[in-house]
Design a protein around this ligand. Structure first.
Ligand code: AMP
Ligand code: ZN
Length: 668
């Protein structure tokens, strides 16, 4: 092996080991920065030496491959479903059946949590990840390898000893915290939140662009190996073996000597399951001895040696007192069920979200109805059904509100959207304070010494009507207010003054334009460089910017077309906020590539991909993710995707090298 090849292999092994420590063991030994540096080094070496490329290099984790159609492939071994049980008695009957089939043998059980996500089967050959396939109909599923490789806790290469070819089976899940974070970000940029972690996890596997999958905090929990000569004799041992190979196998599993111990396990987790970082809907009890499993075999649908025990989804019956409506920062209306307080999973529930008008109609929920409320994980309780036998005789279907409950303005609902909106964004009180709160938030203007309560207080006192008013606050206005001591007043004023130095892209994000989240704000700031150019941009012009679709473009145009907003922007400008890219940011920006569209593919020598894209944008060009007739150039590095090459060739789009690209941006 050459020196370079050795270095590359050593770096890969080292980076995978750090991934393993971080994502599986949850105890990293180096900083994120050190990790990034090593990754850069690997990427550079790989691009200089494409002859050593490896589809299972940790550099592939960021995704990039696009799958247009997921290929259907057969499983080496079918994936079965599980029989369900809901009570002690049913489990005892199951044990009775095993005894009848096996005679009097001592049977141990392994108990595991039943992870609630999307089932996956991953094939490893000679210790390398070969492919990942969804359960599908059990016999064949969809090949989602490119997406699954982006999940950092799934090993691309195994540690220690392993069978030559085998599958592991597991569940791809979204931990509750990650799910909540994703939803927070969606709501912040004015999009509808996802309904639950499970659907979001399985939806993620079917995204076409694997780099989007890489951004989601997915995880994979494993529970079995299947194949020949696995070298283990029990389920519990199998779990341990999988951990040794580097898989994430939760340590909640227990070996139980009899059904009594199994029951104790069930009872414990029925009570404690909400403290787990992921959702679970039950426990899977498995006969531990693999020889006994083998003898018991399968029915048409499921193994005879395993049984799922489903937790009672915690449910309560209570009365719907009335429906109220919340107005969010962006004017989105959320109907809320106000319930007669009821005890559910240890807490008193008084309210549940009804999501939107369609949901109310689907449930046909009416004031005075008795309704079933359920709780899943940490997520807010939801109403699953109406008890129709208890419906009061005079009830009428719920009319959805036509006007904003806060300001009376007629509501609107955009095509293709589930939620209604109050369009009165400059006069509707919760929108006003919500927008100011967004403005001061950490990722926007990050005004220290100010929180949601302060905003409420100042708004109620009539001191601020919009975010521009923040910059007119004076010490003497604030001192008389409750909880405003000398010290907190000066902190607040200093925080406000300091915010005038916050860079343009964050100011743009802070303005609270619907659909303009952090990333979009950055793109717009880069593309237009200052607020005047952005305000002057029309729909068509805006949609020419990478990743700016019609929906965002319309929202931007309507924001700046509104004289009230315009005036606020002008005031903010007068107070000294940053409304253009700084000198430093502007350096190296030209219009040499104006009107040209680029697609970047492969691995590059002198620049990394992000740097290359930045150069394109800095020079006025546009970066697109897929080749089309609108593409001016494809910049091709080593290992360029074959489908992109074919597409470019068939469309007659010029393919250029990194060097040729660099010549394009040479200043005359
Ligand atoms: P069901 O879909 O209800 O028939 O349940 C079968 C599915 O449960 C399997 O396809 C697995 O993906 C999933 N599952 C989750 N956790 C486990 C576990 N610990 N052992 C076996 N299967 C599990
Ligand atoms: Zn309103």
């Amino acid at each position: 092996m050459s020196q370079v090849e050795e270095t590359i292999k050593a770096l890969r092994a080292e980076l995978e080991d750090h991934n393993y420590r971080y994502y599986v063991l949850d105890s990293p030994v180096i900083s994120d920065y050190e990790f990034d540096m090593k990754m850069k080094e690997l990427q550079q070496l790989e691009s200089l030496h494409p002859e050593f490329s490896d589809p299972n290099s940790p550099s592939q984790r960021v995704g990039g491959a696009v799958t247009k159609k997921f290929e259907t492939v057969p499983h080496d071994t079918p994936m079965y479903s599980l029989d369900n049980s809901y009570s002690r008695e049913e489990l005892q009957e199951w044990e009775g059946r095993i005894e009848r089939l096996m005679g009097q043998v001592q049977v141990d059980f392994t108990c595991e949590m039943k992870y609630d996500g999307a089932s996956i089967s991953i094939t490893y050959e000679n210790g390398s990840l070969l492919r990942a396939v969804t359960r599908g109909d059990g016999v064949q599923g969809d090949d989602v390898t490119a997406n699954v490789k982006t999940i950092r806790s799934i090993p691309l290469r195994l540690k220690g000893a392993y069978p030559p070819r085998f599958d592991v089976r597991g569940e791809i899940i979204l931990p509750v915290k990650g799910f909540e974070r994703m939803n927070r970000e969606r709501v912040e940029s004015g999009e509808d939140p996802y309904m639950n972690p499970r659907n979001t996890a399985s939806g993620s596997l079917k995204l076409q662009d694997s780099s989007l999958v890489a951004e989601r905090p997915l995880d994979c929990l494993l529970y079995a190996m299947v194949g020949k000569d696995l070298g283990v004799s029990s389920q519990f041992e199998m779990l341990a073996r999988m951990r040794e190979m580097g898989f994430k196998v939760p340590d909640t599993a227990r070996l139980c000597g009899n059904l009594e111990e199994v029951m104790a396990f069930l009872e414990y987790w029925d009570e404690h399951r909400h403290s787990l970082p992921y959702e679970t809907d039950g426990v899977v009890v498995k006969v531990n001895d693999l020889r006994i499993q083998d003898e018991l075999g399968f029915t048409a649908k499921s193994p005879r040696w395993a049984m799922a025990y489903k937790f009672q989804s915690e449910q309560a019956l209570t009365r719907l007192l009335h429906i109220s409506y919340q107005v969010g920062r962006t004017g989105a209306i959320t109907p809320v069920a106000n319930l007669e307080p009821v005890l559910l999973a240890g807490t008193i529930v008084k309210r549940a979200s009804l999501h939107n008008k369609d949901q109310i109609e689907k449930l046909d929920i009416r004031q005075g109805d008795w309704v079933y409320v359920e709780k899943g994980g940490e997520i807010i309780p939801k109403i699953t059904a109406v008890e129709l036998t208890k419906r009061p005789p005079a009830s009428v279907p719920t009319p959805y509100i036509a006007n904003c409950p806060e300001c009376g303005t007629p509501l609107v609902r955009n095509e293709g959207e589930a939620q209604h909106f109050c369009p009165n964004d400059t006069g509707c009180p919760p929108q006003i304070s919500g927008r100011i709160q967004h403005f001061i938030s950490r990722r926007a203007m990050d005004i220290e010494g100010m929180g949601a309560e302060t905003v409420e207080l100042l708004h109620q006192q009539g001191l601020i009507q919009n975010y521009a008013d923040l910059y007119t606050l004076r010490k003497e206005d604030l001192l008389p207010l409750e909880r405003m001591a000398e010290k907190s007043v000066s902190n607040l004023l200093e925080g406000i003054a300091a915010s005038t130095q916050v860079p343009f892209e964050r100011v743009l994000f802070a303005l609270g334009i619907r659909y303009v989240g952090e990333t979009v704000a950055k793109k717009l700031a880069r593309a237009y460089k200052n607020i005047d150019a952005l305000m002057a941009a029309g729909l068509e012009d805006l949609t020419r910017v990478d990743e700016i679709g019609e929906r965002i473009a319309e929202s931007v145009v309507s924001f700046f077309g509104n004289p009230v907003k315009r005036e606020q922007v002008e005031r903010l400008r007068a107070y000294g906020l940053q409304f253009s890219l700084s000198e430093q940011q502007l350096q190296g920006q030209t219009d040499l590539l104006g009107g040209q569209t680029f697609v970047v593919s492969g691995v590059f020598e002198t620049l990394d991909r992000d740097e290359l894209k930045k150069r394109i944008e800095d020079n006025g060009g546009k970066v697109a993710s897929s080749v089309s007739s609108k593409t001016t150039y494809v910049v091709a590095g080593a290992n360029m995707g074959p489908s992109k090459r074919t597409k470019a060739e068939s469309l007659g789009v010029a393919i250029i090298t990194e060097q040729e690209f660099l010549q394009l941006i040479q200043k005359p």
